[in-house]
Design a protein around this ligand. Structure first.
Ligand code: ZN
Length: 685
């Protein structure tokens, strides 16, 4: 590992900081923190922290010694000055005299000692930084260091490798107790470069930013070299025979790792997936004693809150035996959940009760021969879990080269997983109603499709926007959110529909809600219209939806957690307009199709509903058409658009809300919801 320090960049940041009143030391603190944070071999998702001891004026103008410490959960790669709350150092140092301090009391002292009372909470490792005398202190969970110290004899390994330059602090849960223990060992052994925190990470220090940072790089490089020297020749994986593709495996894994809601009949707790594979992952599966390692535990304590302590280990997915794979996967996932529940019960009792059990579902699933899945309540959480799983594999593979991987104990993992300060990193927001669900919308670049995508994303679903026009779908996806997935899909082409659903299953793991919305209008007097036009309309407005519904049903059945098909049927299905036969007749067939799906798949928990919308500004009813029709009827455009019983114009957002309502109404199937402002001729009977 090379130092990323570039003098020119450091000076540029100092110069830029000076303009906004940042002093040189803080600017350099920001600079090296970003260097550390941008290397995943050092730091992942808030798993590290840095500090600076300096002087500044408090709100009353008095100059005081402060600790500028990284805020809890702040991203080191992009940190700014606000990410380093300033805490009065004297108040923190005063705590040395106390034997033990609980988290709440400690947080109280910290908040009471902030220079800016509105600053974010400091890192949970604040006291370790406060007690050490050095101006700059850097702490990471560096991969190679973990490979060396996650061992039964980690202390000896550390002594051999660092020869007293780093003192060894035996594992202890992060917090006040660890900080006290670390400073006592530091004062007794006087290491020159820093500390190793057993089964947890590394600390380096220095008088200036560069010294502390480059000591970190040097110490990590020593560990990297040791791991590299022990590289064993790995048997190259043989051909993977008869292996099922990710698109077939993902929905099975996703279904297996979902949980029926005990309180609401028909509701499921579902997770979104992120797939990863590659040489490192596949070789690990082939070479390692996978069963032992899958039970071995975390690489560093804070991984537990995002990836749980153990991955779910699944069998090799043989394509010709997918049903057997599904059965084994479900059994393995429910065993995992039962094991997690037992782990919670045991340790909750040990600590005197009072903890709330988190869901018992896996956050990482290993599929030998194929790759791994990160699982989360959102795509973002799944990506984080997958990143941590890959990091875990790298640490464990390295540790097995050096010796034998060993994690902290089950009790120690529980104490970290259920430590309120760790859980606080995840936030305490109420989850949105569609969290964990995946929605696909056809015709998503159009007015109703785009409004529906936005409404579903706002309700917490991950959204795939399918449209024949990929550029337009991409535009809309950008407005929906960072994880929204644009997919090119021509619903009149079976291969295109198959490919689109394969893309969705690969990207998210499956699908729960499909809004069948693509469409176009053809006109003609039914007795004289060219049959080719009628067939063209049926191809899009009927067969297109049938194809999409079939592709969705295949995935929903593999998941075995129900699902929901929502058809945009239009009022034409029940209230045909003159010369609109080529559009209205396939729409009437579509209404029958919706009912057939409701009938045939109700027993599988799959619902089918329809929305009959009318007179919405969209690609089917353009501004020119509105102007022409209003003129033909001798009314204003406004009156034309609100020509209904309520006298209100109906918008694409109104239709989107109707679809959302149907997605949430778990006891409703074969329903038609009319969104037209009131039109008795189009009312259902
Ligand atoms: Zn740490």
């Amino acid at each position: 590992m090379r130092s990323g320090w570039v003098e020119r960049d450091a000076q540029a940041l100092v110069a830029a900081g000076a303009k906004s009143g940042l002093d040189r030391e803080l600017a350099l603190r920001i600079y090296t923190t970003r260097l550390l944070g941008s290397d995943p071999k050092l730091v992942l998702y808030g798993g590290g922290n840095t500090s600076l001891k300096t002087r500044m004026r408090d709100l009353l103008g008095a100059e005081v010694d402060v600790l500028r410490i990284k805020a809890s959960g702040a991203d080191m790669a992009t940190i700014e000055a606000e990410g380093f709350p300033a805490v009065r150092l004297a108040a923190l140092r005063g705590l040395r005299a106390i034997d033990a301090l609980d988290d709440e009391a400690l947080l109280g002292v910290e908040r009471a000692s902030l220079i800016d009372p509105a600053a974010p909470n400091p890192s949970v490792e604040i006291m370790l930084h406060a007690f050490l005398p050095h101006k700059f202190v850097d702490h990471t969970h560096a991969r190679a260091v973990l490979s060396v110290i996650d061992q039964p004899n980690g202390e000896e390994r550390c002594a051999e490798l660092y020869a007293g330059r780093l003192a060894f602090v035996p594992y202890r849960m992060p917090g006040f107790g660890l900080a006290k223990q670390a400073i006592e060992i530091f004062e007794r052994t006087k290491p020159g470069d820093g500390l190793v925190l057993g089964k947890h990470g590394i600390v380096t220090f220095g008088d200036d930013a560069r010294e502390a940072y480059e000591r970190m790089i040097e110490m990590v490089t020593l560990a990297e070299d040791l791991v590299e020297r022990n590289r064993k020749s790995v048997a190259v994986a043989g051909p993977r025979r008869d292996i099922a593709p990710v698109v077939a495996v993902a929905p099975i894994v996703r279904g297996a790792c979902s949980q029926k809601d005990a309180k609401i009949e028909g509701a499921w707790r579902r997770l979104v997936l992120e797939f990863r594979t590659g040489e490192a992952v596949l070789n690990f599966f082939d070479a390692a004693d996978l069963h032992r390692l899958s039970q071995a535990g975390v690489a560093t304590p804070d991984h537990t809150i995002r990836a749980k302590n153990w991955p779910l280990l699944l069998p090799y997915p043989q394509f010709s035996e997918l049903d057997a794979f599904a059965g084994t996967a479900r059994a393995a996932a429910s065993k995992f959940a039962a094991h997690y529940h037992g782990y919670f019960e045991r340790h909750n009792q040990r600590v005197g009760g009072g903890k709330n059990e988190l869901d018992p579902l896996p956050r990482v699933a290993l599929v030998p021969g194929l790759g791994l899945f990160g699982l989360g309540r959102s795509k973002r959480a799944a990506i984080i879990a997958a990143d941590i799983a890959e990091e875990w594999i790298a640490v464990v593979a390295g540790a097995e080269r050096v010796g034998r991987f060993e994690s902290i104990s089950e009790a120690e993992m529980f104490d970290c997983e259920y430590w309120p300060l760790e859980q606080a990193k995840l936030g305490r927001k109420q989850e949105p109603p569609l969290a964990g669900q995946i929605a696909a919308i056809t015709g998503a670049a159009g007015a109703i499709g785009a409004a529906t995508a936005k409404a579903f994303a706002a309700a917490g679903a991950e959204v795939a926007l399918l449209d024949i026009d990929l550029a337009a779908a991409s535009e809309q996806a950008k407005m929906v959110g960072a994880t929204a997935l644009p997919v090119q899909c021509d619903v009149t082409d079976p291969a295109s529909v198959r490919a689109a659903f394969a893309t969705i299953a690969s990207a998210f793991g499956g699908v729960d809600i499909v809004v069948l919305n693509a469409g176009a209008a053809w006109q003609g007097r039914i007795g004289e219209v060219d049959e080719a036009i009628l067939r063209q309309s049926f191809e899009l407005n009927f067969y297109g939806h049938q194809r999409v519904a079939q592709a969705a049903i295949r995935i929903m059945l593999a998941q075995a957690t129900g699902g929901c098909l929502l058809f945009n049927v239009s009022k034409q299905a029940v209230n045909p307009g003159p010369n609109f036969g080529p559009y209205g007749v396939p729409k009437a067939a579509l209404l029958a199709l919706m009912r057939q799906y409701a009938l045939d798949y109700g027993a599988d928990g799959i619902r089918a509903n329809a929305v009959n919308a009318d007179r919405i500004r969209s690609g089917l009813l353009t501004a020119e058409m509105i102007a022409a029709r209003a003129k033909a009827r001798g009314v204003s455009e406004q009156d034309y658009m609100s020509g209904n019983l309520l006298g209100r114009e109906v918008t694409a957002d109104d239709v989107a809300q109707a679809f959302l309502h149907q997605a949430l109404a778990l006891k409703t199937t074969a329903d038609v919801t009319t969104v037209d402002g009131g039109n008795i001729a189009a009312a259902m009977r």
